[in-house]
Design a protein around this ligand. Structure first.
Ligand code: KIV
Ligand code: ZN
Length: 519
């Protein structure tokens, strides 16, 4: 069986999604999960784009590579000296570093954006690959907007890049323009015409503007690609990138057709999806394949009847295979700490220290008092919220509210800080608005709520509500998350989480950092 490498770019291209602003802690948490998931390459960021990006790549290179022997950490660099050097610096401590350098090759990009003749573009590509090779063995070269480039020119530039030492060549459909047959033919042409191509990896990188990112990637694999670039939940620039979970499950569910394998532990797919959605604040549509709420739900009576008789009648893959066993735990309020720790270990949370387990255990007990049944998903949501929590400058002590159809909603909030305990009341359009106004009265910070999302963890009237918000303050963007069986409390927690991240200096400046100008 041929091995297909999975190159995850959630932390780079995915992070370029409008409104997404992950701090280093959150990026590291996602990177750890990607390593657990079994991706071959983690593209951790674009080091020259900002100090924050540089630090995140550096941190991930330091920590991930020590934990996982095989995972490669990549940093993106335009085909320019400063970019390549910065990427090399960020990757200094990585066990398996990769510099990923790119330059645009389509007539429109070369003429309008780069204002360079094709020969000069080839020269820059060769210089960048040659320079990158001085720092690392593993160099990827991408021809940006390959989808709208002249195939003859692509054959030339890829040939030169390989001759200069590139170990992976990537064929991006940057603007999501291509149809699957065209993209497949392009990959086939490059594989046929470039000499020495069999010694390097050929990679796909497809965007979803015409909803063809996944199918184009698969067409690439069908025609010789050995690496697929993708993101968890398909997040990314504009309409997004090819979705990792869909590609992996297509290859795995139809192994009979593909005869290919990946290193992905499919049972970690759902957890990865939930984590990325929670930290980026980008909700997963219910009908999204593999990870959407409805992906394994059967509504029509005839389908339900079939599934009861034999699940294969309407299910081509099982929910368990992708880690969606939201089963009820055989644990409850009488369970002890030791049993709780074992459950965490069984769920794959092996790296929690004693303090972390103690905090989670208290939260678990608290949840048992509020909820009839505590599910695996509940535990996962608790752990995910806890592992990205920052030092608490603001501690939410209490929130109380009154609301109804015949009254103005009013909320009272009590917050503890280093300087004392403060209580304020606020009114608003609803209980969440009133709560946020009360918090603002205490903090006196000028924060603007840009987006607010709520989702339920599992189902049932007593389900946990998970709130994700995005707020801006000055030039900074911060995401906050809160979890509770009470949605107003979850909303207050999300706001406090954002405030604490701001206080900890973990906000991201709102300049579109990933979108640096051309070299
Ligand atoms: O879409 C694209 O072309 C990219 C490159 C930087 C690989 O993201
Ligand atoms: Zn891209």
């Amino acid at each position: 069986m041929a091995y297909i490498k999975i190159f995850d770019t959630t932390l780079r291209d995915g992070e370029q999604s409008p409104g997404v602003a992950l701090n280093t802690l959150e990026k590291s948490e996602i990177a750890r999960q990607l390593a657990r998931l079994g991706v071959d390459v983690i593209e951790a960021g674009f080091p020259i784009a900002s100090e924050g990006d540089f630090q995140a790549v550096r941190e991930i290179a330091r920590t991930i590579d020590q934990e996982s022997e095989k995972v490669i950490v990549a940093g993106l660099a335009r085909a320019a000296k400063g970019d390549v050097e910065r990427a090399a610096q960020a990757l200094e401590d990585a066990r398996n570093p990769r510099i990923h350098t790119f330059i645009a090759t389509s007539p429109i990009h070369m003429e309008k954006k780069l204002q360079l003749a094709p020969e000069a573009v080839i020269e820059r590509a060769v210089e960048a690959v040659t320079l990158a090779k001085r720092f690392v063995d593993d160099v990827e070269f991408s021809a940006e907007d390959a989808g709208r480039s002249d195939p003859e020119f692509l054959v030339r530039i890829f040939q030169e890049a390989i001759d200069a030492g590139a170990t992976t060549i990537n064929i991006p459909d940057t603007v999501g323009y291509m149809m699957p047959w065209e993209y497949g033919d392009l990959v086939a042409t490059i594989c046929r015409r470039v000499s020495g191509i069999e010694k390097v990896d050929v990679s796909t990188h497809c965007h979803d503007d015409l909803r063809c990112a996944v199918i184009n990637s698969l067409a690439g694999v069908r025609n010789g690609a050995t690496q697929v670039e993708c993101t968890v939940n398909g997040i990314g620039e504009r309409a997004g990138n090819a979705s990792l979970e869909e590609i992996v499950m297509a290859l795995s569910t139809r192994k009979d057709f593909w005869q290919h394998q990946t290193g992905i532990n499919t049972r970690e797919l759902y957890r990865s999806s939930r984590l990325v959605s929670g930290l980026t604040g980008m909700a997963v549509p219910p009908n999204k394949a593999v990870v959407g709420d409805n992906a394994f739900a059967h509504e029509a009576g005839i389908h339900q009847d079939g599934v009861i008789k034999a699940v294969e009648t309407y299910e081509i893959m099982s929910a368990e295979t992708v880690g969606r066993d939201a089963g009820v735990l055989v644990m409850g309020k009488h369970s002890g700490r030791r049993a709780f720790r074992k459950t965490l270990t069984d769920l794959g949370y092996t790296d929690l220290d004693n303090d972390g387990v103690n905090v989670l255990f208290r939260q678990f007990k608290d949840l048992c008092d509020r909820k009839r049944t505590v599910t695996v998903e509940d535990i996962r949501a608790l752990v995910d919220a806890e592992t990205t929590r920052v030092a608490e400058t603001y501690v939410l002590e209490a929130v109380q509210f009154q609301s109804g159809t015949q009254m103005t909603p009013v909320a009272t909030v009590r917050i503890k800080t280093d300087t004392g305990v403060y209580e304020e009341a606020g009114t608003g359009d609803g209980p969440v608005d009133a709560t946020y106004r009360a918090i603002e009265r205490i903090t006196k910070l000028d924060m603007k709520l840009e987006s607010y999302e709520i989702r339920s963890v599992g189902s049932g009237k007593d389900a946990l509500g998970e709130v994700s918000i995005r707020v801006t303050s000055g030039g900074s963007t911060i995401l906050g998350r809160g979890l509770s069986t009470d949605v107003v409390e979850a909303s207050a927690k999300a706001y406090i989480d954002a405030l604490n991240k701001l206080a900890a200096g973990l906000a991201k400046t709102s300049a579109p950092e990933g979108k640096v100008s051309t070299p």
